[in-house]
Design a protein around this ligand. Structure first.
Ligand code: HEM
Length: 238
């Protein structure tokens, strides 16, 4: 019997999705306002999140619920490591730390991985389905705004083992529907997905401070270049 988990997740997180899309950082992103340092910080947080999530899913791969939605081809940790080398160089590990919200997000994943592993589905759904959907759009915007070639610096969005995203998303939704859970657990997974959305929204909000500074710098530079002649220079020339 179907748990209808896929549709429950979609309708149960619709409002959170709208909120996430409307956060300043994302709205700027969609309009092509992307700062390299800010984008690198965004990916660095995701590096920590995916490392934790993928380790948690792997260690629970025999779990009756997790085993039904176990798709290692989704894994993002290795591609995020490539992006970290691109932005920070070979000693990237020494240069990055998770933000306050990212640390809380990691702690939550670690906690449910032990207390109720089925809830990991809420986190996997929120991130991977998003990466395969709107994420693909964000990759194109970042590539063009940061003048990157191919997937350099945006490896994270490149699902090399999933050439047909739509077919994969259909398969993922079918797998969600087939998980052996009752209504109460389904509701807890939806609540956990909403929790995941909140973490993502707050991580985006944390970055706004940096983005505002970066936008201010761009504006400042554009007002100061090219060199304008001083008023006494103009007077002397006349
Ligand atoms: C500007 C930001 C975003 C845009 C433009 C966007 C866009 C989209 C679009 C167009 C879809 C529908 C794809 C389809 O039906 O195949 C989608 C689905 C989805 N997005 Fe986003 N999204 C954004 C941000 C986010 C964020 C921040 C998250 C969570 C971290 C997220 C998670 C999801 C999920 C889980 C789905 C799958 C819904 C379902 O079919 O069950 N999105 N997004």
């Amino acid at each position: 019997m179907s748990s209808n988990l896929a549709i429950k997740l979609r309708s149960g997180t619709q409002q959170a999705h709208t909120e996430a899309e409307n956060v300043g950082f994302m709205k700027c992103f969609l309009q092509g306002v992307v700062d390299k340092g800010c984008f690198a910080k965004f990916l660095a947080n995701l590096y920590y999140i995916y490392s934790e999530l993928e380790a948690a899913i792997k260690s629970n791969r025999e779990h009756p619920v997790i085993s039904q939605v176990y798709f290692p081809e989704l894994n993002r940790k290795a591609s995020l490591e490539r992006d970290m080398v691109f932005y920070y160089g070979n000693d990237w590990h020494k240069q990055i730390t998770p933000s306050t919200v990212a640390q809380a997000y990691i702690n939550r994943i670690r906690e449910i991985s032990v207390s109720e592993p089925a809830l990991l589905l809420g986190h996997a759904y929120t991130r991977y389905m998003g990466d395969l959907s709107g994420g693909q759009m964000l990759q194109k915007i970042a590539q063009s705004a940061l003048k990157l070639s191919g997937y350099e610096g945006t490896s994270f969005y490149n699902f090399e083992q999933i050439p047909d995203k739509k077919a994969f998303k259909d398969k993922y939704r079918q797998a969600l529907d087939a998980v052996p859970i009752d209504n109460a657990i389904a509701n807890r997974i939806v609540a956990e997905a909403n929790h995941a959305f909140q973490f993502n929204l707050q991580m985006a909000q944390e970055l706004e401070e940096y983005l505002i500074k970066a936008i201010g710098q761009v504006l400042f530079d554009s007002l100061n270049h090219p060199h304008n002649p001083g008023s006494t220079e103009v007077a002397a020339a006349n």
